[in-house]
Design a protein around this ligand. Structure first.
Ligand SMILES: Nc1ncnc2c1ncn2[C@@H]1O[C@H](COP(=O)(O)OP(=O)(O)OP(=O)(O)O)[C@@H](O)[C@H]1O
Length: 595
C-alpha cells in the first residue's frame, strides 16, 4: 500500500470519528447517563408520594376549566386506566406500601398483663416457615417440635422449640389437631401472627453448640423414607457427602445442612442411633449372605505370594510393583470370610453399621507433602492394574514401597530396589517393634511392607500408592500419613463377565507363577468379598471406584487423586486431630471410634 493511500485512509477514519462525536443522539445519551449518575448519588427518593391523587385532581380541573385542545388531550391521557394504574404503583412504591404493616398488639394481651405470652408476627414469603409442630401428649397443647436451622422461623429468633402455640392469625388452637395448622397458615396473606407461650426465658436459652461436621456413610433419600416426620423438612444426601450437623438434640432426628451449599437451610437427617436400629432390622439379610464354604487348606496358613513376575503378565516391569502382601489370595476366600466375621464380632458381638464419621476441615499448607493413597479391594478386582497405570502415567509423581524379605537375593536383584533383604533375626525385630504394616510367610521366608518404606516414598515428594488389606489401614490411619483410601469395587457380574473375558490373574495355588482366566466362581467370590469389605470397612473409604471398564476407572481415579491433591480444604477424620477417648470436644465423643 502506498504512503498516499494510507494517509487517505487515516483522514477518512478521522472524518468518521468526528461525525460520530458530533451526533446529537450521542450527546443526548451522555446527558441521560449524567442525569442517572446524579440521580443514583442522590438516592431513589420519590418527588411525591401521592401522584395518583394529584393526577385525578388535575384531570378534573382541566376538564371543567380549560377548553383548549391540549388541555383536553392531557386530561384524557391522565384519566386512562393504564396511566392511573401506573401512578398507583408509583405511589405504593413511594409509600413503601409493599412491606406488610405489623398489626398493633391486641388490647386483650396488654390487659392480661401476663408476660408469658408473646405475639410474633412473621412476614410471609414463598419459603416455608421452617418449623414442625406436634401435639404435647400430656397437655394436649400444640407445640413447636423442631425449628430448622437457617429457615425463616430460626432467622427471626422469635420462635423456639418447645414453644406452645396458642393462636395463629387470631384463631385459637384449642382442641385443634396439628394437621389443621397448615391450612390456617395458608389463609394469611402477607404475614403470619402467632400467639405463643415461650418454652424458655431469654436466660434459659440453650447456648450455641460448636460446629460439628460429618461425612455421611450411607445414602439417604427422604422420598423413600415412610418414617420421616416431614419429608419437606428432611435433607437428602449421598455416601461421602460432608454435612454440618446443626442440632443433635433429638434422639432420632438430627438437623444438618450440606457443606457444599454454604448457607443452605438445615433439615432432618436420621440420627446414628436411628440408622443403626433400622439397619439392625435388615441386617441378617443385608450383611452376611450365605457364602460357599470349603474345607480350609492347611498349606495356606501364611498366604503370602511373592516373586510373581508381574512384568511377564503385563509386559511392563516396575521395581517395587509386584503382587502386594495382602492376605487373602484367590484360594483363601474361606479364611477371608472367616476373618471378616471375626472383625464383625467385636467385644459387643457385632459391629454397628457405619453412619456418620466426624470430619474436620484441614487447610493445606503449600509446604505439606502429598497424602498417602491406600488402594483396597478384593483380589483380582484390578488394584494392581490401576496402580500400574498410575505409575506409568506419571512416574515422577507416583511411587510404591520397596518390600522386605528374608529370602536370598537373586542375581538380577538389587538391595533397596527389588527388596530390602533382611536376616530372619532383623525381620523378627521389626515385627516385635511393630514396624510392619503387614507381613507374612511364604515357602519358609518372611515378606512384609514397613511403615518406614511408606515414609521414604513420601519423603521423596511422591504420592505413595499403598495396596493393603483393609484391616491394615489402621496402621497408617493418622495425621502423619493422611491416608486417602480408595476402594476398588467390582461391577455387576454381567459386566465382570464381559470385561474380564481375556483377563488373566495369578491364582494362589501350588504353582505360584500360574495364571488363569477368571471363572464364574471367581466373580461371585470377588463380589461377595467386596460386599464384606464394604460392610466392615466402608467407613474408612474416601472414594469408591467401580472397576468395570478399566480405562474409565483409571481416568476417574487419576482425576480424583488430582482433585484431592489440589483441594485447599481437606475433610479429614476428626480423630486424627482429637483421638476419641481423650478428646475434650463433646462432638467427637458422639461419633468416634470406628476402627
Ligand atoms: N477393568 C478391567 N477389565 C479387564 N481386565 C481387568 C480390569 N481390571 C483388571 N483387569 C485384569 O484383571 C487381572 C487381575 O487384576 P489385578 O492383578 O490388578 O488384580 P488385583 O486386584 O491386584 O488382585 P491381586 O491382589 O490378587 O493381585 C489382570 O490381568 C488385570 O489386567
Amino acid at each position: 500500500m502506498s504512503r498516499k493511500e494510507s494517509q487517505m485512509d487515516r483522514e477518512e477514519d478521522y472524518r468518521f470519528l468526528h461525525s460520530v462525536l458530533m451526533e446529537k443522539k450521542l450527546h443526548l445519551l451522555f446527558k441521560i447517563h449524567e442525569c442517572l449518575r446524579r440521580f443514583e448519588k442522590r438516592g431513589l427518593l420519590p418527588a411525591r408520594e401521592h401522584a395518583a391523587g394529584l393526577a385525578s385532581d388535575l384531570a378534573e380541573e382541566l376538564t371543567h376549566r380549560y377548553w383548549r385542545e391540549e388541555a383536553r388531550e392531557l386530561a384524557a391521557l391522565i384519566s386512562k386506566p393504564h396511566f392511573k394504574g401506573f401512578l398507583s404503583v408509583h405511589d405504593a412504591v413511594a409509600q413503601r406500601d409493599f412491606e406488610p404493616a405489623l398489626p398493633p398488639v391486641p388490647d386483650r394481651v396488654l390487659e392480661e398483663e401476663d408476660d408469658s405470652f408473646k405475639i410474633v408476627s412473621l412476614v410471609k414469603t414463598k419459603e416455608p416457615l421452617g418449623a414442625t409442630i406436634k401435639r404435647d401428649k400430656s397437655t394436649g397443647a400444640i407445640v413447636v417440635a423442631r425449628i430448622m436451622r437457617g429457615g425463616p422461623a430460626d432467622k427471626s429468633g422469635l420462635i423456639h422449640e418447645g414453644d406452645e402455640l396458642r393462636e395463629v392469625n387470631g384463631v385459637s388452637l384449642e382442641h385443634r389437631k396439628p394437621k389443621e395448622i397448615p391450612s390456617l397458615l395458608a389463609r394469611s396473606q402477607n404475614e403470619v401472627r402467632f400467639t405463643i407461650v415461650p418454652a424458655f426465658s431469654k436466660e434459659e436459652m440453650p447456648p450455641n453448640e460448636p460446629k460439628l461436621f460429618v461425612r455421611a456413610l450411607f445414602d439417604y433419600d427422604p422420598g423413600q423414607d415412610p418414617a420421616v416426620p416431614c419429608k419437606e423438612a428432611a435433607v437428602a444426601f449421598r455416601w461421602g457427602d460432608v454435612l454440618q450437623i446443626v442440632s443433635a438434640e433429638d434422639e432420632a432426628w438430627w438437623q444438618a445442612c450440606h457443606q457444599r451449599d454454604g448457607h443452605s437451610r438445615a433439615g432432618l437427617v436420621p440420627s446414628p442411633q436411628l440408622h443403626q436400629r433400622r439397619v439392625a432390622l435388615q441386617r441378617p439379610k443385608a450383611l452376611f449372605k450365605p457364602r460357599r464354604v470349603e474345607p480350609p487348606d492347611e498349606k495356606e496358613v501364611c498366604p503370602v505370594v511373592e516373586d510373581v513376575d508381574y512384568g511377564a503378565i503385563t509386559g511392563i516391569h516396575i521395581a517395587g510393583l509386584r503382587r502386594s502382601f495382602r492376605l487373602g489370595r484367590k484360594s483363601s476366600w474361606v479364611r477371608e470370610a472367616a476373618r471378616a466375621k471375626r472383625w464383625s464380632t467385636g467385644v459387643n458381638g457385632s459391629n454397628p453399621p457405619p453412619t456418620y464419621r466426624e470430619v474436620i476441615p484441614y487447610r493445606r499448607d503449600p509446604e505439606d507433602g502429598h497424602r498417602l493413597v491406600v488402594l483396597v479391594g478384593p483380589d483380582g478386582v484390578g488394584v494392581n492394574e490401576l496402580k500400574r497405570r498410575l505409575l506409568i502415567s506419571d512416574p515422577d509423581r507416583y511411587g510404591v514401597t520397596v518390600p522386605y524379605t528374608t529370602r536370598e537375593k537373586r542375581k538380577q536383584e538389587s538391595e533397596g530396589v527389588d527388596y530390602h533383604f533382611f536376616s530372619v533375626h532383623a525381620f523378627e525385630e521389626y515385627i516385635l517393634s511393630n514396624r510392619f504394616i503387614e507381613y507374612g510367610r511364604y515357602d519358609g521366608h518372611y515378606y512384609g511392607t514397613s511403615v518406614d518404606s511408606v515414609r521414604t516414598v513420601m519423603a521423596e515428594g511422591k504420592v505413595c500408592l499403598l495396596d493393603v488389606h483393609p484391616s491394615k489401614i489402621k496402621r497408617v490411619y493418622s495425621l502423619e500419613f493422611m491416608p486417602y483410601v480408595v476402594f476398588v469395587k467390582p461391577p455387576r457380574i454381567e459386566e465382570l463377565r464381559l470385561t474380564r473375558r481375556r483377563a488373566k490373574f495369578i491364582c494362589d495355588e501350588e504353582d505360584k507363577s500360574a495364571v488363569r482366566t477368571f471363572s464364574e466362581e471367581d466373580f461371585e467370590n470377588m463380589i461377595d468379598l467386596a460386599e464384606t469389605m464394604e460392610n466392615l470397612c466402608g467407613h474408612l473409604f474416601d472414594k469408591v471406584i467401580v472397576n468395570g471398564d478399566v480405562t474409565a476407572a483409571f481416568r476417574e481415579l487419576k482425576a480424583d487423586l488430582q482433585r484431592v491433591d489440589q483441594a485447599e480444604v481437606q475433610w479429614i477424620p476428626a480423630e486424627w486431630v482429637c483421638p476419641p477417648p481423650t478428646n475434650a470436644r463433646s462432638s467427637c465423643g458422639q461419633l468416634g471410634g470406628w476402627i
